[in-house]
Design a binder for this molecule. Structure first.
Ligand SMILES: C[S@@+](CC[C@H](N)C(=O)[O-])C[C@H]1O[C@@H](n2cnc3c(N)ncnc32)[C@H](O)[C@@H]1O
Length: 215
């Protein structure tokens, strides 16, 4: 099962791997993109993981990527996901830790301030920019066995990550309107991504993957 499957990239991978004899359930509160999957071994379910029932001891594996950070009580959601696993089944949860977004080498005050702004927006909407760092503790507290965690960040020179620049272009007005950055600050960062002579290395967000088994 994938919970909060979005456009279904992970669901597609799961469907390929479980093959003809396996079965994948993909859930989301918005299933428009998932409906395009059209694989015989995938069942798409409109489902709110915070409020709808999920069943007991039915799934061998449950994945949830970039979902918990948006929900008010992630520990309760993890408890619910564990209940829906068969004994011995695996839970995989993945979330960003945006703390690494502030890192640059050499350090740069403007980058630090502008890079902190997306986390501020997430927090204003009730989200948690540091959920990735909390996953290990949540899995332990929920009684999950064999907990293991990995984290990946991708340090890059600014001119080499135009896709990260796009995020700041898209969110420019929101970051300014929220009072988190000035137009000059965000515009300097956007311009730095285009400057081949601009050498700071930035880390980007860290994607934390935590897994554990239902005892
Ligand atoms: C940032 S997207 C991640 C999508 C996908 N997991 C991925 O990694 O590509 C968050 C997804 O969680 C879904 N979502 C948010 N709240 C949810 C809820 N209460 N129950 C189920 N899905 C939810 C959203 O609709 C969205 O598709």
């Amino acid at each position: 099962m994938e919970v909060g499957a979005g456009s279904g990239t992970v669901t597609r991978w799961l469907a390929d791997n479980v093959g003809d004899t396996g079965h994948v359930v993909a859930t989301d509160i918005e299933t428009t993109w998932l409906r395009a999957l059209d694989a015989p071994n995938v069942q798409v379910l409109r489902h709110d993981v915070a409020t709808d029932a999920l069943g007991e001891s039915v799934n061998d594996l449950i994945c949830a990527r970039l979902v918990l950070a948006h929900l008010p009580d992630p520990r309760a959601i993890v408890d619910k996901l564990l209940r829906a696993l068969v004994p011995g089944g695996w839970l995989l949860v993945e979330e960003y830790d945006l703390a690494s977004l502030l890192i640059s080498y050499p350090p740069d005050g403007t980058w630090r301030k502008v890079a902190a702004a997306p986390g501020g927006i997430l927090r204003m909407g009730g989200g948690d920019p540091y959920m990735g760092a909390k996953l290990t503790g949540i899995l332990h507290a929920a009684g999950t066995a064999d907990v293991d965690t990995e984290a990946v960040a991708l340090p890059r020179r600014m001119p080499q990550v135009p896709s990260w620049q796009t995020q700041f272009v898209q969110f420019r007005e929101r970051l300014i309107d929220a009072g988190l950055v000035s137009p000059a600050e965000v515009d300097k960062v956007i311009a730095d991504f285009d400057d081949e002579t601009c050498d700071p290395v930035i880390y980007g967000p860290t994607l934390v993957s935590a897994r554990g088994r239902k005892p």
